[in-house]
Design a protein around this ligand. Structure first.
Ligand code: G6P
Length: 455
């Protein structure tokens, strides 16, 4: 994996860029950041240890996944946010958007509660041949529990025992799902107490469904482990993740760049954008610093896919406000390609004949990058050889490390999400959960305001 930072330099994009010297002079800051990360690595930043820890679990996960594969045709993963985005990332990027069409064992994701979507999927699956992996760290996310309740009801109607069809992935001790697993004798996988949703893809959360669909989880972990070793051994000023965090910080704090677009040139990698969207938004969007100062930090993530978004949002990126840093992610080679034969004889179309799909796609990537650079728009390019377990393991570790480093530079806590919890509590109260009735008064007050409602 190579990361090209050239197009953030003022030498290449003019006054809105930054100079190499401005980066190099922050060597001491990055040393401090690295030390702070290391001081937390066995505690709050435990996710950075997952590659080593999970390598010991690979055998068991693979054996269990092949056992499930022998007995079932479908796996449905159910979760919200960090409890499913990593699974989707591994599926769509490594196996491809339409891989269910070519595989006999299918995998589906329920990551929402739109009744129309969910009932369409569940009605079309043969429950007898379907296995469900319910993932929730807290064990109390309403959407996940609602989907679970529906399933229990459907299973009762069909006279099936949930015990044979469910795997719960949840906190090792706490939460409703843990309790229910004991009641119904359902197999569970634990989520380490220090591993929050958005940092959990390299734990049991992401690994079981990946193993079910033949992703080589050992290679994935080994590659992430290698990236960790690089972090441990390299000088922080030469570590691409530390430098990336510094660059994002400088653009955010000194240049007013508060939007980061993850622009991937691959359909499957669009899910890397969705994964990074949560990682960056929840980790960096904070009201207070660790010392309690009001900061309201945050970089708004935008997900884009090339060339698709060249035809919808690129105009804005090219000419709109100077508030964006574009992060390109592109493979050098595609694992499948299509050669276009000369089937028409017209001047207008001859430039495409005899070419490969990947040629047009990758040239569009280069053209877009150049055009943005020419317009003075900062952009960074993450180039990977091919999309596979090795590159994904490295990329995932890189992004998690980079976001933690950015949190450290900003002196905020990058692993909590306090305000999402407030919304969750209000939802419980509104749905009549007696344990949360204390929030009803606040809600009443909040609803009792002047109205401006138009038809
Ligand atoms: O795993 P769970 O406890 O169900 O949480 C699922 C998701 O819920 C919340 O919305 C949080 O903001 C996310 O960070 C979390 O990933």
């Amino acid at each position: 994996m190579k990361i090209d930072y050239s197009n953030i330099l003022s030498e290449n994009i003019g006054i809105r860029g930054i100079q190499k010297a401005e980066i190099l002079k922050e060597e001491d800051l990055l040393k401090t950041v690295k030390n702070r990360i290391l001081s937390r690595i066995n505690d709050d930043y435990y996710p950075l240890n997952l590659p080593d820890a999970m390598l010991n679990e690979v055998r068991e996960i693979k054996d269990y996944a092949s056992n499930i594969k022998e007995r079932f045709d479908n796996l449905v993963v159910i979760g919200m946010g960090g409890s499913i985005l990593g699974n989707e990332l591994l599926h769509y990027s490594i196996n491809g958007v339409y891989s269910n069409l070519e595989k006999s064992k299918k995998i589906y994701f329920i990551d929402n509660i739109d009744p129309e979507t969910n009932i369409t999927l569940l009605r079309s699956l043969d429950l007898k041949k379907t296995f469900f992996n319910i993932i929730t760290k807290s064990g109390s996310t309403s959407e996940t529990l609602l989907n679970l309740l529906l399933l229990i009801d459907l299973f009762k109607k069909e006279g099936l025992n949930p015990k044979d069809h469910f795997l719960f992935t949840t906190d090792p001790e706490k939460g409703f799902l843990r309790k229910l697993s004991e009641e119904l004798a359902i197999k569970t996988y634990p989520i380490h107490p220090k591993v929050g949703g958005r940092y959990s893809v390299l734990s049991h959360v992401g690994l079981f469904s990946a193993a079910f669909e033949d992703v080589n989880i050992e290679k994935l972990l080994l590659s992430a482990k290698k990236r960790k070793e690089k972090f441990l051994s390299k000088k922080p000023i030469e570590d691409s993740a530390m430098v990336f965090a510094l660059i994002q910080y400088k653009f955010f704090r000194e240049k007013g760049v508060n939007i980061n677009v993850l622009f991937s040139y691959s359909d499957g990698l669009e899910y890397l954008g969705k994964f990074y969207e949560q990682l960056l938004a929840e980790s960096i969007g904070k009201k207070f610093t660790r010392d309690g100062q009001e900061i309201h930090s945050g970089i708004t993530p935008v997900v884009a896919r090339g060339p698709y978004h060249q035809h919808s949002t690129l105009q804005l990126f090219m000419e709109g406000p100077y508030d964006k840093l574009i992060i390109f992610v592109a493979p050098n080679k595609f694992r499948k390609d299509i050669e276009i034969k000369k089937s028409l004889e017209h001047d207008e179309i001859n430039f495409l004949s005899g070419k490969y799909y990947s040629e047009l796609l990758l040239n569009e990537y280069i053209a877009t990058k150049m055009a943005l650079t020419q317009n003075g728009r900062p952009n960074v390019s993450i180039e990977i050889e091919k999309i596979n377990e090795e590159t994904l393991g490295e990329l995932i570790y890189f992004l998690e490390l980079e976001v933690l480093a950015l949190g450290e530079i900003l002196n905020i806590n990058p692993i909590d999400q306090p305000s999402v919890e407030i919304g969750k509590k209000f939802t419980h109260a509104l749905m009549g959960d007696k344990n949360y009735s204390e929030y009803l008064k606040t809600l009443e007050k909040l609803g009792n305001v002047d109205k401006l409602i138009l038809d």
